[in-house]
Design a protein. Structure first.
Lengths: 443, 489
């Protein structure tokens, strides 16, 4: 018996629902002194939400891939469980954002259910939109600086990171523009690169100004990825990478912030005190100062070993030796460093499983791009998928010290409204492309 | 376009696969190395989430180290309290969040945190880990008797020194006190409250890491070499002019430098009884420094004692040159045999080593391995390991031991150590009054002893630093006597 795509999706969602309940239950059992039985209602509400999303996919994209929504559900469930374990109040806010995200997901599907390809005609608007969104945090009054990067806009207590949505707009623009210009670009005439270089140069300038290194790497990677998919010219990628290396060295030379990140990456531990801007006496071991986050992330990951400590049983706080108060060991544990906490509590088994889930998502995305009929759809799906993979690599690779650490969210898992909303829009995009491709195949 | 998209997909998958490789590296390969780092607070807190074993004195009731529970943001952490305060500070040591562990807390950390390799412990710890319940460490029962320990620390009040008492037939440590002591409960938050006594630092375990000039107490070692080699008997005759000629210079007997005692014709027996330096000076010259050094090695000098304390809290006894242990390749040229024979030269010995010397004579020449931990008991009350008496060396013939026994008894009955007499119980002992600087009257005062001499149960070493005009037989012997009395009860 073969299930229809939507029935299969429902079956997967039920499995995810059970896993979510188990996750929340184990956090509850491990931390009874801190959390309440209300945790189980979280699982129930969460499941209901995904059933609602499923109803929308049934109505709008019946032929779409059946793996993606359950995978998104699983990843948000892992994230929500871990956020709940770290701070139940944050989990409530994250839950609210997931509701908003599912709402926006449904709206996107409903709005574009007949033909999303008309997006292509507005490609320049998307390109401009991406730049505006990236510049927004620099605007006086609404821009906010968090952890050295000016990436946030805020009105009152409501904060949003527009870069996450800019990423999707940029992909739409690149997919549209490169679909149109791929033949001429493949010939390699310089003037055709004009708009591309302008957009890209502006993006880089903005990133330099906002000091968002992870974002810069991500957008540039997406740009090169889509460019290669459209033109098939390895030389472009080579030139692009060369430009990137030259640019990076230039940025490294002029920006102390970047120099510091690279130094931390190469030598997170020192045996002699070094200059430490935040220390009272300006000299401290690097692992106690700038390298603290990176080192704590590694300790957390390493403490997980094979099986992990178990959900809710990891060590994220310690008692200060000076005043006996608890203090947090891992900074940004629920956003940038959530992978380090998951690594501690679920061990190597958990981290590998999580990364394999990301891999399945990426493979499904690639499959959608391959099956799509038209160039725009192909580039859109490929860009969204590659961006998703690259973002995961940048943050987890930073935590694992494969590349210098830059603050960026782990898709679907990290705490943060903008990230969840943007990723659900990305998911809607992939489902729309998939629905059209499969529908054409079935016909 | 599909070819490029497939290639892009491969790149994406390779990136994610790299992350799995990275996770494997950190979580398995690099795991042990990171766990050892001092700044790894996660590892430290993990240790504190284990219910560490309780440490008891020999009676199995007196608690020396226990846990206090604190709930910190959902975690149950166990912190150490030491109910007896300074009494067992150097033996038990401490286990705190901010400082390294010391004492048995360090050397028995594996047992106390249930990470030792005994099958029963491994089984229960794994079961607890799987169930998610608190891991409970094993309890320790020490061989130290709390009453005598308290008495010894009281007797050392206001003085710098140490007392070590052993069971000569088993090697069990019955008392181990170092003064000044400190309150281990102050280590974490009130470190500044830990004050030295004069120039004496309180953190040093003088019993195992204090190197003192042994003075005349070392004559027991020299006498062992003299008798055991067969070169001398207790009845060997000497003439004591009150001094001994060394390299053409007079080395006077101990005592008042203005009016040194002169004994005239004496035997080796009397030489030990009255601690006559000239006799031992001549013995040393006759048997040579090499022979004495050989016997020192037999007694266990020149290596760390095989007791369960961390290596960093012990030193080896022997000759020291510029602060370092010194083993002369050509003792006949490098060591002054006369001064070595009566315990001066450049000797530095620990109270534990001297207690072992006394215990070996008491135990018919057989040296027993000293130990502090009598039993390790699982949380459920099952014995995990028990200390078994273990002979580490046959230092001398039984004949030599019994001759020395008689000579050391004479020290207490009618020699320099009469202050150690216990009514109704024969005591054997040897005094020591070591010069710490030439010509000064500030001495290191020793007394080593064992009792009952006919059937020894206790061997003891007492050392007191900076004794102005204080002789071993006057200031240290009474302390040894009282500790032995307490232990014999």
């Amino acid at each position: 018996m073969t299930l229809s795509p939507r029935n299969r999706e429902l079956a997967f969602l039920c499995v995810v629902g059970i896993l979510t309940a188990i996750g929340f239950a184990s956090v509850y059992i491990a931390r009874q002194s801190v959390v309440s039985t209300a945790s189980l209602t979280y699982a129930a509400i969460f499941f209901a939400l995904y059933i609602a999303a499923h109803v929308v996919t049934r109505m709008t994209v019946p032929f779409a891939d059946s793996y993606l929504l359950p995978i998104a559900g699983l990843l948000t469930a892992i994230g929500l469980t871990e956020i709940y374990r770290l701070n139940p109040r944050d989990a409530f806010r994250q839950g609210f954002w997931i509701v908003v995200a599912v709402g926006l997901f449904s709206a996107t599907l409903l709005f574009f259910r007949h033909d999303y390809r008309r997006l292509e005609s507005y490609k320049y608007l998307f390109g401009l939109g991406a730049i505006v969104l990236l510049v927004l945090p620099l605007a006086p009054g609404i821009g906010r600086t968090v952890n050295g990067a000016r990436l946030w806009i805020g009105v009152g207590s409501l904060e949003f990171q527009p870069g996450e949505l800019a990423k999707i707009m940029l992909i739409v623009f690149l997919a549209g523009y490169l679909r149109e210009k791929r033949e001429v670009l493949a010939q390699g005439r310089l003037k055709d690169f004009g708009p591309l270089l302008v957009i890209w140069g502006m993006a880089m300038l903005v990133l330099l100004e906002t000091r968002d290194l992870g974002g810069g790497l991500l957008y540039f990677g997406i740009f090169l990825g889509i460019l290669y998919a459209a033109t098939g010219r390895v030389a472009y990628v080579a030139v692009g990478l060369a430009l990137f290396v030259v640019g990076s060295i230039g940025v490294w030379k002029v920006t102390p912030h970047v120099q510091e990140r690279v130094t931390i990456w190469r030598h997170p531990w020192t045996s002699h005190p070094v200059y430490c801007p935040s220390a009272l006496h300006h000299l401290a071991l690097r692992q106690d100062c700038q390298g603290y986050q990176e080192v704590q992330g590694l300790y957390s990951l390493a403490h997980g070993n094979y099986g992990g400590t178990g959900l809710g049983r990891g060590i994220v706080t310690t008692i200060s030796s000076t005043n006996g108060n608890p203090h947090t060991l891992i900074p940004y544990a629920n956003t940038d460093f959530i992978f380090a906490v998951i690594g501690q509590e679920l061990g190597l088994i958990g981290t590998s499983a999580l990364l394999l889930v990301y891999m399945v998502f990426v493979l499904r995305g690639v499959r959608i791009a391959l099956l799509a009929e038209d160039g725009f759809s192909k580039l859109l799906a490929a860009g969204l998928t590659f961006g998703f993979a690259l973002q995961t690599f940048i943050i987890v690779g930073g935590i694992e010290r494969i590349i210098p650490l830059t603050g960026i969210t782990l898709p679907f898992v990290s705490y943060g409204g903008s990230s969840v909303v943007a990723n659900f829009v990305l998911l809607a995009g992939l489902l729309l492309v998939s629905n059209r491709a499969n529908r054409d195949v079935l016909r | 376009m599909n070819k490029q998209i497939s290639q892009l997909g491969i790149v994406a998958v390779v990136l994610l696969a790299t992350l799995i490789v990275g996770a494997t590296y950190w979580q398995t390969w690099a795991n042990a190395g990171l766990a050892e780092r001092q700044d790894n607070e996660i590892r430290l807190v993990a240790q504190f989430s284990i219910k560490r074993g309780t440490i008891y004195a020999s009676d199995g009731k007196t608690v020396l180290a226990r846990n206090v529970v604190r709930h910190v943001s959902g975690q149950t952490l166990y912190f150490r309290r030491y109910p007896t305060g300074p009494l067992f500070a150097h033996v038990v040591g401490y286990s705190t969040q901010t400082r390294n562990q010391t004492g048995l807390e360090e050397s028995y950390n594996d047992y106390l945190t249930a990470s030792n390799a005994n099958l029963d412990t491994v089984f229960h710890a794994t079961l607890d880990r799987l169930k998610g319940s608190t891991i409970k460490g094993n309890n320790l029962i020490l061989s130290i008797r709390p009453g005598a320990q308290a008495l010894a620390l009281r007797l050392l009040q206001g003085k710098c020194g140490a007392v070590v008492a052993l069971n000569p037939t088993t090697g069990a440590v019955l008392t181990m006190v170092s003064s000044p002591s400190y309150n281990p409960n102050s280590i974490e938050h009130h470190f500044s409250r830990i004050r030295p006594l004069g120039t004496c630092g309180p953190l040093l375990n003088r019993a195992t890491a204090g190197g003192y000039v042994p003075g005349s107490s070392f004559k027991v070692v020299t006498a062992t070499a003299a008798l055991d080699t067969g070169k001398f008997t207790p009845n060997s005759q000497f003439y004591d002019p009150g001094y001994c000629i060394e390299y053409g210079k007079e080395v006077r007997n101990a005592g008042n430098p203005e009016a040194p005692e002169t004994f005239g014709n004496v035997t080796l027996f009397q030489g030990l009884q009255h601690s006559i330096n000239s006799v031992f000076c001549n013995v040393g010259k006759a048997i040579g420094a090499g022979t004495i050094l050989d016997y020192m090695k037999r007694f266990g000098f020149y290596k760390l004692p095989s007791i369960e304390l961390p290596d960093s809290e012990m030193i080896a006894s022997g000759l020291y040159n510029h602060g370092r242990l010194f083993w002369p390749k050509h003792p006949e040229f490098q060591v002054d045999p006369g001064r070595l024979a009566f315990g001066q030269e450049r000797l530095k010995v620990t109270p534990l080593q001297m207690a072992m010397v006394a215990a070996t004579v008491a135990n018919h020449g057989v040296e027993m391995k000293p130990y502090l931990v009598q039993r390790v008991v699982s949380p459920a009350g099952k014995t995990v390991t028990t200390a078994h008496p273990h002979a580490i060396a046959t230092v001398m013939k039984p004949q030599t031991a019994s001759e020395l026994n008689a000579m050391m008894q004479a020290v207490v009955t009618g020699g320099t150590g009469t202050a150690a007499q216990i009514p109704g119980i024969p005591v054997a002992g040897k005094t020591g009054t070591a010069e710490t600087a030439a010509g000064s009257n500030v001495y290191t005062a020793w007394f080593i002893a064992f009792a009952p001499a006919d059937h020894p149960k206790i061997a003891v070493a007492v050392v007191l630093e900076h004794q102005v005009g204080g002789f071993g037989g006057v200031v240290s012997a009474p302390i040894a006597k009282q500790v032995m009395e307490a232990l014999l009860k």
